[in-house]
Design a protein around this ligand. Structure first.
Ligand SMILES: Cc1cc2nc3c(=O)[nH]c(=O)nc-3n(C[C@H](O)[C@H](O)[C@H](O)COP(=O)(O)OP(=O)(O)OC[C@H]3O[C@@H](n4cnc5c(N)ncnc54)[C@H](O)[C@@H]3O)c2cc1C
Ligand code: FES
Length: 469
């Protein structure tokens, strides 16, 4: 049987009931598309997932539809800042090898919205040779792999294709500017994040709009202080990262290692939809998790005075580093650790007792004076830095918090000629270098990806006027 597929744009004049129509999906089409996805894919999105996808900015969904309204194939994708990502393509089994998937791909790429897209990325299961062969025929090349990426432990193959007509894409310009090769941006091999369904052990409110979440994860790898995970709340119920569509980045606060599984703790503040959904999960629920991701803080040097400055939810990024620095001082009998935590009010400092238990010098500051010094945490930092001006041993700042606080810390460090590392918390979409959503501007004009080149950076590398992109 041969399939006559017409692009909706061509079909307008065609009369005839047996022609399949290729068109952008509308909300009323989603039930049929979700039904097809469930038939043809083992880890398909649910209807809720497709609805969420269609609502998200810059998302795209094309489908091939019969005259009876049945779906023959679909393609879900998204584009952002010159980059595109294909989430899934599904074609009804009886209609495969008829060119439907390549027609869907072509419709997507030739659409008005995708004109500025210079490079397209996707992930495919290692065992799915048919899909890899299809994408290879479409010009995609294999650029990396991600061990244990899927919930069942299977590896993902990363594939990328440049558009031939877009040599001067924004992405290329950015990659050149920061000296990052396309290969490196598409997938950092060598790090070993896992993708897992983590079981919620505890999720309890600790302060105003703040929660402590403990997740049990099998085969959890070792983690460097300052690394993070991408969490998808309600992943078990909605399946494969469908509600909310995008996972949310969260610092790994603490890790409790077990023989077969580990428990990782997250401290988070509810600010919007993703964290709102996270606050609703209960013990026994599943949360989708990818990590550990990113580059954390550099190890402190022997004899160093490490000054940690945390503000608001940024405090969570510092605990593992604080513990490692205190341990180093104990073992070496040299060096010093000062921990400065700041918040608007005492209720925003739920973790202060964890830090106090480390036994290091702890200085608290709240804007309303409800605990510690009244005012910004940068004031006791200024005093500490001025007091250590004569110190010949290394004094290094490790900072995470709101951007104005980090900028102020970077300025103070520069003024006192001290090294300073900051952990940026730019909003992220993918978490591992594919979507460009987290790009930040560097001094001198280059760009870096916070998820992959960071989140920790030397503060003097950052263009603090354009830290968001
Ligand atoms: C590496 C990294 C580690 C992080 N660690 C933690 C952590 O340990 N604990 C924690 O509470 N938060 C942390 N965050 C921030 C957290 O990811 C965001 O608060 C979360 O993604 C918001 O999702 P949402 O759907 O609830 O909010 P949305 O609905 O997406 O947004 C709600 C509001 O919050 C703003 N917003 C969203 N994301 C950010 C952000 N990253 N920075 C500033 N404003 C934002 C939006 O502009 C909007 O005004 C981290 C971020 C990064 C990049
Ligand atoms: S590139 Fe996607 S979040 Fe960084």
């Amino acid at each position: 049987m041969s399939v006559d597929v017409r692009d909706e744009r061509e079909i307008k004049q065609v009369q005839g009931a047996d022609v399949w129509r290729l068109r952008r999906a509308a909300p009323q089409d989603l039930r049929e598309i979700a039904e097809l996805a469930r038939e043809v894919l083992c880890d398909a999105w649910t209807l809720v997932g497709f609805e969420e996808h269609l609502r998200a900015a810059r998302s795209d969904l094309w489908w091939v539809c019969g005259s009876d309204g049945r779906a023959a194939g679909y393609l879900a994708a998204r584009y952002l800042a010159g980059e595109g990502e294909i989430f899934s393509i599904g074609v009804r089994a009886s209609l495969r090898r008829q060119g439907l998937a390549s027609r869907l791909l072509k419709a997507l790429e030739t659409s008005q919205e995708w004109r500025g897209v210079a490079r397209i990325h996707l992930e495919v299961r290692e065992s799915n040779q048919a899909a890899q062969a299809f994408y290879a025929r479409q010009g995609f090349v294999r650029v990396g792999k991600r061990p244990r990426y899927y919930p069942d432990g299977e590896m993902a193959i990363l594939m990328t294709r440049d558009r031939v007509d877009s040599q001067t894409s924004m992405r290329d310009a950015e990659s050149r500017a920061c000296g990052v090769s396309a290969q490196a941006v598409a997938g950092a091999e060598g790090t070993l994040p896992i993708r897992a369904q983590a079981e919620v052990v505890v999720n309890r409110p600790e302060a105003t709009a703040q929660y402590r979440l403990r997740l049990r994860v099998a085969n959890w790898p070792s983690v460097a202080p300052g690394q993070f995970v991408m969490l998808t709340p309600k992943a078990g119920a909605a399946r494969a990262c469908s509600d909310p569509l995008l996972p949310r980045p969260m610092a790994i606060y603490r890790v409790f290692e077990g023989e077969t599984s580990s428990e990782i703790e997250i401290l988070y503040r509810v600010v919007g939809r993703g964290t709102g959904l996270l606050s609703e999960v209960s013990p026994g629920d599943q949360v989708g998790l990818v990590g550990p991701l990113g580059r954390g803080f550099p190890a402190p040097q022997a004899g160093e005075h490490s000054i940690l400055v945390g503000g608001g939810s940024g405090i969570a990024s510092l605990y593992l580093f604080a513990r490692a620095a205190c341990e180093r001082v104990r073992q070496e009998g040299a060096g010093r650790v000062s921990i400065l935590l700041g918040a608007r009010t005492v209720a925003d400092l739920p973790a202060q007792s964890d830090f106090a238990d480390l036994g290091a010098e702890l200085i608290l500051a709240t804007e309303d004076g409800s605990v510690g010094e009244r005012g910004f945490v940068t004031e006791p930092l200024r005093v500490l830095l001025e007091g250590s001006a004569a110190s010949t041993s290394g004094v290094v700042l490790y900072v995470c918090g709101p951007t104005p606080m980090m900028r102020a810390c970077a300025n103070l460090a520069a003024k006192c000629e001290r090294q300073c590392f900051v952990s940026l918390e730019n909003p992220m979409a993918c978490g591992f270098g594919v979507c460009l959503g987290c790009a930040t501007t560097l001094q001198g004009g280059g760009k870096a990806l916070v998820c992959k080149d960071g989140p920790v950076f030397a503060a003097d590398r950052i263009d603090w006027e354009n830290v968001g992109g």
